[in-house]
Design a protein around this ligand. Structure first.
Ligand SMILES: C[S@@+](CC[C@H](N)C(=O)[O-])C[C@H]1O[C@@H](n2cnc3c(N)ncnc32)[C@H](O)[C@@H]1O
Length: 304
């Protein structure tokens, strides 16, 4: 059947149809079958991602066809996220190495980094920033890249994640980014930041167990966050004020667990960020607003 396929466009179209037929999930970096198919075809052919449309008609050799079809087969049979098959992912316009040591970079926080965190920073100066739960290092390294005058720390508890982040730091020449192993803030004693950004684990236990097979290739440590998905976010809210400068800002992703957070802390003035596609479960909050509700936040965090 595949003998009828000839050009780059043929294979991209074929892959997208096969992915759709197999019922794949596209939650990792690309959100649709055509983009994933394009990513895999161009990777197998060693072509750049921004190749001109005229090359779509170029025909593949027999060897190239075999390589493309082998990638499609692994994507379908093993449900491996496309970024793990290609070994790379784009985040905030930068090309990161991506493999099973850390989650595939995909946080909407990329959009905030590219827009300089405005209007949330409101022009306040930043000298130091923290990316808590850095995984592949994507948020820390992108912040460091776009703000060369900032000192950025990227923190994770996982040695695997930190080894991938270290490779990405070198890959993207992020000399102003430093990687630290720490269980949340415990290893950051005395460190204070003007901006703390975090995409911690926030998937509930039930949701983690029910996730499509693609997610099983990612470290469970990066996803699972207790019965309501807030085990990490509440501890971060409790401990962030001690590590924020007086006018510091916390930006935290909680995804679908936003509604649980609003139920637990309806009185806290979380500012939910609006993205081009709407709300994505990411809030911004000033240090002083956290402190005003610190007692209640600490009570809830202590139950975790
Ligand atoms: C949702 S992933 C986010 C990774 C990365 N920031 C991104 O956006 O792709 C959460 C990360 O938190 C890390 N993590 C889990 N528990 C942690 C803890 N107690 N302290 C620090 N990092 C932790 C995991 O290893 C994982 O890399």
């Amino acid at each position: 059947m595949t003998a009828e396929l000839s050009s780059i466009i043929d294979f991209i179209r074929y892959g997208a149809s096969a992915f759709g037929r197999a019922g794949l999930t596209f939650g990792h970096s690309f959100d649709n079958a055509l983009d994933e198919s394009t990513q895999l075809v161009l990777h197998a052919l060693h072509l750049p991602h921004d190749i001109g449309p005229a090359y779509g008609q170029a025909r593949l050799t027999a060897e190239e066809k075999t390589a493309v079809l082998a990638l499609f087969k692994r994507r379908i049979d093993e449900r491996i996220p496309a970024c793990y098959l290609t070994g790379e992912a784009w985040f905030a316009g930068l090309n990161f190495k991506s493999d099973a040591r850390a989650l595939v970079p995909r946080s909407p926080i990329a959009e905030l980094i590219e827009s300089g965190f405005e209007p949330w920073l409101g022009g306040r100066p930043v000298e130091s920033a923290l990316d808590l739960c850095t995984g592949s290092g994507c948020i820390a390294i992108a912040m460091a890249h776009y703000n060369p005058e900032w000192r950025v720390d990227g923190v994770d508890i996982s040695d695997d994640a930190l080894s991938l982040a270290a490779e990405n730091k070198v890959r993207l020449c992020a000399d102003n980014c430093h990687l630290i192993k720490s269980d949340l803030f415990t290893g950051l004693s005395g460190k204070v930041y003007d901006l703390i950004v975090t995409n911690p684990p926030y998937v509930t236990n039930d949701e983690t167990d029910a996730l499509p097979k693609e997610y099983a290739h990612e470290p469970d440590l990066g996803l699972r966050a207790g019965d309501d998905g807030l085990d990490f976010a509440l501890k971060i809210l409790r401990d962030a004020p001690a590590h924020l400068s007086e006018h510091g800002l916390l930006i935290c992703e909680v995804g679908e667990s936003e509604r649980h957070l609003m139920q637990l802390l309806p009185e806290v003035p979380f500012a939910w960020v609006e993205f081009k596609v709407g709300q994505m479960g990411i809030f911004a909050i000033d240090r002083n607003d956290i402190l005003a509700h610190h007692e209640r936040i600490s009570q809830l965090a202590a139950q975790r």
